[in-house]
Structures are given as structure tokens and as C-alpha cells.
Design a protein around this ligand. Sequence first.
Ligand SMILES: Nc1nc2c(c(=O)[nH]1)N[C@H]1C(S)=C(S)[C@@H](COP(=O)(O)OP(=O)(O)OC[C@H]3O[C@@H](n4cnc5c(=O)[nH]c(N)nc54)[C@H](O)[C@@H]3O)O[C@H]1N2
Ligand SMILES: Nc1nc2c(c(=O)[nH]1)N[C@H]1C(S)=C(S)[C@@H](COP(=O)(O)OP(=O)(O)OC[C@H]3O[C@@H](n4cnc5c(=O)[nH]c(N)nc54)[C@H](O)[C@@H]3O)O[C@H]1N2
Ligand code: SF4
Ligand SMILES: [Mo]
Length: 712
Amino acid sequence: MSRQIHHRACHLCEAICGVLIETDGTEIISIRGDKDDPLSRGHICPKAVALRDIHEDPDRLRQPVKRITDEQGNIAWQEISWDEALDTTAQSLMDIYNRDGVHAIGIYMGNPSVHNYGMMTHQNNLFRHFRTNNRFSATSVDQLPHHLASLWLYGHKSLFPIPDIDRTDYFLMLGANPLASNGSIWTVPDVKKRIKALTARGGKLVVIDPRRTETAELASEHHFIKPGTDALFLAALLNTLFVEQLANPDQLADYTTGLDEVAHAIAEFTPEFAAPHTGIAAETVKQIARDLAAADAGICYGRLGVSIHAYGALNQWLIQLINIATGNLDKPGGSMFTLPAVDSVSTSSPGGFGRHHSRVRGLPEFDREIPAAALAEEITTQGEGQIRALFTGAGNPVLSTPNGVNLDKALASLEFMASLDPYINETTRHANIILPPTSPLEHDHYDIAFHINAVRNTTRHSEAVFEKPEGALHDWEIFTELGNRVAKLLSTDTAPSIPPDQIMDMGMQMGPYSESQGSDFKLTMDVVRASPSGIDLGPLKPQLPERLRSKDKMIHCDSPLPMEDLARLRDEFSNEESSEKADRPLRLIGRRHVRDNNSWMHNYHRLVKGRNRCTLLMHPQDMSELSLEDGSAVSVSSRVGTVSVPVEACEDMMQGVVSLPHGYGHNRPGTRMDIAKENAGVSCNDLTDELALDALSGNAAVNGVQVSVSAR
Ligand SMILES: Nc1nc2c(c(=O)[nH]1)N[C@H]1C(S)=C(S)[C@@H](COP(=O)(O)OP(=O)(O)OC[C@H]3O[C@@H](n4cnc5c(=O)[nH]c(N)nc54)[C@H](O)[C@@H]3O)O[C@H]1N2
Ligand SMILES: Nc1nc2c(c(=O)[nH]1)N[C@H]1C(S)=C(S)[C@@H](COP(=O)(O)OP(=O)(O)OC[C@H]3O[C@@H](n4cnc5c(=O)[nH]c(N)nc54)[C@H](O)[C@@H]3O)O[C@H]1N2
Ligand code: SF4
Ligand SMILES: [Mo]
């Protein structure tokens, strides 16, 4: 076999870097950055090599497995045929559906499902048969607040303004650490170079974070903030813009209403009111407001650190209002809308909120999903609509959603569970059947979800690197096969199954760069395939008001729900008494490391080697008050549980705040991920609380959890 170079997109995070994979037959020789990629320009991070490790991992399932109890009473996994696996899954789901109704079927979809376009295009082949109220996904431990802010202000859940970092002068960043995460709801490969270019041209990056992160190290200014108080900071900043008459929506004024009402509603949220709670001086907030207003082009952006909190939706709404009030929305160097080749914003439903509520706790749906924090109780609480069968796809909620111990127990009580996943992990070990898809390098790839959030308009399709092994099925084919079987049992028509690349072709031929839309690019899938490094469609361009999906093409700033939510914020922080419980005086936050990826990439030796990363970071002053020694094991306790973990002294932590990464805790029995087991760590979601939510959105408040720490 001769050597070959394959162009490919790395699908592991939102940066979607272009890579060149050199193979010799079935062997991978090297993986490096593709300098000709117009978006990533050759950048990769240390995780890119894991594309090989995932493909070669002996623990990755190649055949469906069924959980059985052997003669000694031990749990064992038996390889079964695809026919048996698919037939049993379809029949078991239908049996429970026929007996208990559609809501007895639960569905949980995890993060990698948006990094895998076949899962996005084909999941409805199965799910169209199960219009259950019990749908869940990782959205509600993540970006739900962003969707709501976009829905309320711009009329579509996915119309996200993207920081135009390459042309900005002033960047205010809250609760994001792109140096570790490589950017999120902001596809920005090589963010480090872009930040350095910003400061080198005299621009400013200001980071607000309870930890002095890798990103904060590069910033012009960093301010510690007490976890969970950003809404006070943001309201105070917006308030200053109004009070000092710095607000000027500029070109946006023609199609914006309601800013005066917002100014009125936040009048009491002054920098002086915020300061004692946030820990950021009133004068500092005012100066940031003045600097942002004075910049030719500025950005306010906040990500996970301000979303997975008690005021997540309010935070994301306030961030948008700051961009609008400073005239920085839809302006080069501000926050702009990407225009992708396949534009799901123009073609998909805008999304809805609160159209039904969860059975047990009455939590609101978003986009037909209810909050993941309610999954366990919907399984364990008896009554009509109780989940008895669960389908999971590309998710590991035992490690990734609050109170994982509780969910772990709940999953064990299900009548039937099937998981579409390549691994036997903390969640899928509860499945009766695991359906493993082809490896990522065995299927083609297109980034439907991330071209739409990118700092530049580009498009790219990657062919499969390896042929699909005999008998194996792609994720989208598994959905098709299951959907067809269920259709047969229901005696309804099967849906035609068009391969995902053909769906992209249709999307492109209707899209903004198509011949039918008069574009010179004349994009079709064939055109895109002919440029395997990708095609540059140019820098972001102003698109308002045309791109708004609101019915009247207006932005109504005074969105009723967040306006009402201001009262909750005021009430919590007007109370003289501190909400801090004396017996749990510390606040727990998470952190990401560039060689981790949520819960599922700890089984690759090149990514986990080196010192233990699952440690509790704590300020030395806090440690000495508790007489803790650096490196010693400590107990961390919250309302829901206790974990034992080594503590690490860290001057970069704000005092009173401790940090533990999520996605560890691979010590549960019965999994088949040998390297992960050796680096088990503990799960911070054994401490997070399923009752702690953003009351407005239902998003999990997994950051800012009140904990105590003691020597073991
Ligand atoms: N290497 C790596 N990359 C990843 C992932 C990964 O696990 N590993 N996960 C991917 C996923 S799924 C996502 S969603 C993105 C997330 O992308 P980011 O949001 O950029 O990532 P985080 O590192 O979680 O950054 C959140 C920051 O918020 C800070 N923070 C915590 N609480 C508060 C608070 O109350 N206020 C403020 N202002 N800050 C706070 C934390 O200290 C942290 O620095 O990363 C993606 N990329
Ligand atoms: N405390 C705390 N909790 C958090 C976070 C935090 O910062 N702090 N972050 C939250 C965020 S942002 C997110 S996105 C969630 C993630 O939450 P989840 O999506 O539930 O969890 P992951 O760890 O991403 O698990 C991914 C699963 O998908 C499988 N998988 C990988 N690739 C494929 C594929 O191509 N096909 C299929 N079928 N399966 C695949 C893996 O084997 C694994 O089982 O965690 C959230 N939880
Ligand atoms: S930053 Fe790393 S993990 Fe993310 S797409 Fe690029 S190479 Fe892959
Ligand atoms: Mo995420």
C-alpha cells in the first residue's frame, strides 16, 4: 500500500481545525495542521493526535454488545449481531411505548452529537416516532442561556453573535478560557495568536474570572469576580452606559426598541450596589464601561462560566444588550453574525420555550427538551409519564450532569436502556444494548453546527480516511435502521434515507453562496469537495436587519422574561444577610485543560500522561486557615455528596473559591476504558446539585456550588 495524505477536519472541539492525516494502508503515520485551511491556518492543539488513538483504541467497541448476567451472577457483555441489536432495541422501546405511552420513553443526547453531522441529520428517523416530553441533552448543562437570549432578541435560537476578534479594539471576556477550550460558541482556531495580535496592535483584552486562567495571563487586565455574581457586574456596566450617556446603538437604532425600558429597569443596579457582592470595585466597572464605549469597535462575550450559573440566561441577555447599547452588534470588530454555506438559521424552526413543563418539578422545556438536571427524578418518580426506557446517544450524563450519583442509581432502575456509543462507560454500563458506530475516521464529515459560529465564513467537507469495515454502521445508519424497524412495528411508512452529504448538497444549493442566490461561488458539494482544505468565503459582514428572524425584523431589547428575572436578582442580593452557609463557606467552580475533553477522552495515553490533573485548586491563604497541606488528600462536601481529592495550592485562585475539573470519576465498576480507570480522578458532578438551577432557563448551575473542605 502506498502512502496517502488525507485532508480532514478535527471534530473534537468547536475550533474545527483542518488537519493532514498521512496513512500507509490501514496505519496512521502522522497528523499535522493544514496550513492551507482558510480558517485554522495550520493550527492544531495536542488533542489532534487523539484522532488516531480513538481509531485504534482496543476498548472502542466494533460490534454491538448485550449486557448479560453470567452463571456466577456477574455482569458480562456479549457481542451480538447488528440484526439482533437493532431488532431488540426497536422491539423493547415499542413494548414500553405500547404499554405505558410515549412519555415512558426518555432520550438523552450528548455533546459529540453536534460534532457528527450524520447524527444531526438522521436522529429524527428514530425520534419522529417518539414525540416524548422526556427529551434531554447536554444543552441544559451548557449553552441553553445563549439560545434563549438569541431567541428573545434575534428571533432564532441559533442566531449567535460571534466576537470578531481579528478586527476589534476592546474585548471584555467573562467566564471563558479559550486558551484551554479553544473557544466555544465562537469557532476561533488559533485563538492565542489572535489574542496576541489584538494586544500587539494596541487593543485590550479584559478578562473577568474567579481564576487567573491561561487566557487571563495574556490579558491586558484581569479581575477576579465572586462566582455567580456576574449579572450584578453586567447590569452595573449597562447602567453606567446609560447614566453617563455613553449608550449609542448607532446604526442599530432604526430597528431596535425597548432600550429605555431596560435602562429604567436596571436603574437600581449601580456599580456601588454590585461591588460588595462581585468583589470588583465600582470605579473599575465604570472604567470598563467607558473604555468599551470609547473603543472604535468592542466586544462583550461570556461563555460557560456565566452560563452554568443561577443567572445564566440573565447574563447572556445582558451581554447582548451591552453589545447593542454600544452599537457593537453587527459591526466589524464587534459581535457579528456568520453566514455559513449551509445556513440552518434560515431553514430550521426558531425554537420555543416553556410550551410544556417537566412532570415532577414543572421545569420549562426549550426546543422540546427539559433540563438534564431532572432526568433522574423523571426515572424514579412513579406515576403516569414516568420514564421506563431510555435511549442515550453520544452522552455520558452520569459524569456530566449534576448529582451524578443519583442519576447513576436511577439508570440502574430502568426497564430498558440502549446507548449509541463507542464505549462502555459510566453511563452506558447501564444499557441493555450498546450500539457502536464507525470510528470518526471511517465516515465523512461536515461541520453544520460550527461553521455558523466561526470568526470567518468558510466551508469544507472531509472525506472518510478509512473505508467502513465490513458490517459496521455509521451513527446515521443506525438511526435509519432503528427508525425503519420502529416504523414497521407501528405499521407506518419508513422515511427515505438520504446520506448526510447529499443533504448538505441540497442545503448548499439553496444557501447564500449558491448559484440560485446569485453568488459567484456557485457552491455545491462537488465544488466544495474539489477544495479539500476548504473554501474561504470572506470576512464576516454586517447583515442586520435582514438576518433577524423576529417577525417584524426588529430587536426588542425589553424581553419580558429576563426583565421579570431582574427582581429575583435584586431580591437575592438586597438581602443584608449573606446567602453563604457558614458550614459550606467555599464556592466550587470547574476548569478545563487543553488535553481533556469533557468525560470521554481520558482513555488515550498521550492525553493523560504527566501529572494528575484532577486536583482541587485552592488559594494558599484559604489552605492555611484550614491547616491543609499542599498535595494532601482532602474531603470536599456539598449538600449532595463528598469526594476525596488531592488539594493543590494555587495563587491564581480567588480566595474563597476552589476549582475541580469535570469529566473525571472513572472509578465506577463495570466500565471498559482501561487507561481512564488508571487515571480515575473524582467526578465534580458528585458534588453539584440537581436542585441548583437557573430558575429562568432551567440550566444547571454546576458552577458556584457551596462546599466545605477539610483534611482527610
Ligand atoms: N480542552 C478542552 N476543550 C474543550 C472542552 C473540554 O472539556 N476540554 N469542552 C468543550 C465544551 S463542551 C465547551 S462548552 C467549551 C467551554 O468553553 P469555555 O467556556 O471557554 O471553557 P471553560 O474552561 O469552562 O471556561 C469557563 C471559565 O469560567 C470561569 N468561571 C467559573 N465560574 C465563573 C463565574 O461565576 N463568573 C465568571 N466570570 N467566570 C467563571 C472558569 O474559571 C473558567 O475559566 O469548551 C470546549 N472545549
Ligand atoms: N460540573 C460541570 N459539568 C459539566 C460541565 C462543566 O463545565 N462542569 N460542562 C458541561 C458541558 S459544556 C457539556 S457539553 C457536557 C457534556 O456532556 P455529555 O455530552 O453528556 O458528555 P461527554 O463527556 O461529552 O460524553 C460524550 C459521549 O459520547 C461518546 N461519543 C464520542 N464520539 C461519539 C460519536 O461520534 N458517536 C457516538 N454515538 N458517540 C460518541 C463518548 O464515548 C461519550 O460516551 O458536560 C457538562 N457538564
Ligand atoms: S483545537 Fe485541538 S481539539 Fe480542537 S479542533 Fe483543533 S486540533 Fe481538534
Ligand atoms: Mo459544552
